[in-house]
Ligand binder design. Structure first.
Ligand code: AMP
Length: 180
């Protein structure tokens, strides 16, 4: 596993702990010799992770639609920045470039991107590991609902099990490597 694609908030969240956690995640990722693939913005948690990876000497590849480049304030200091035409191209290129995926706390865009990559795994379009960083139980309500989907017969247990859920980045990276 060489490159991790990260989905996370373009907002910082209301508590400074989210930004601290995002920075620690980026530092840990780079210290393992991994490169970051992400949405290319310099704001919110996404920008904090990118800055931390760069500060730790890692490589960061951003992929951002031209129309969003201004609104999300594209990061000017990345190792590579790919400008694409549509959100769908962005997601496809991020998926192609990465060997594994992870999500940190975020909003609708984060959930959309993470669920899409999970459904692609469910359909057998890729075999790359998918992780969720459940910082301070942030995703607990979602995980409970996902268990309900299994219990009610809408998601197969083996597809539910594709998501590696971890409370911190060391546990997450171990889980992603084990799932490769
Ligand atoms: P958010 O979690 O909403 O802060 O968004 C995080 C990232 O997801 C940002 O890079 C957004 O550009 C991206 N995003 C927002 N909406 C969508 C969407 N409908 N489809 C795919 N990505 C999105």
């Amino acid at each position: 596993m060489k490159r991790i694609c990260l989905f996370c908030g373009s907002s910082p969240g209301v508590r400074p702990a989210y930004l601290d956690f995002a920075r620690d995640f980026g530092t840990d990722l780079a210290s393992r010799g991994l490169d970051l693939v992400y949405g290319g913005g310099r704001i919110g948690l996404m920008g904090a992770v990118a800055d931390a990876v760069l500060a730790a000497g890692g490589k960061v590849i951003g992929v951002i639609p031209r129309s969003l480049a201004d609104r999300e304030v594209a990061h000017a200091g990345l190792t590579e920045l790919h400008l694409v035409d549509t959100m769908h191209e962005r997601k496809a290129l991020m998926a192609d470039l990465a060997d594994g995926f992870a999500a940190l706390p975020g909003g609708l865009g984060t959930l959309d991107e993470w669920f899409e990559i999970w459904t692609w795994a469910q359909l057998g379009y890729h075999q790359k590991p998918i992780g969720l960083l459940n910082f301070e139980g942030f995703f607990d309500p979602l995980l409970t609902f996902l268990d309900r989907l299994v219990a009610e017969g809408f998601v197969r247990p083996e597809h539910r099990a594709l998501a590696v859920v971890a409370p911190d980045s060391p546990t997450l990276f171990e889980g992603l490597l084990a799932a490769c």
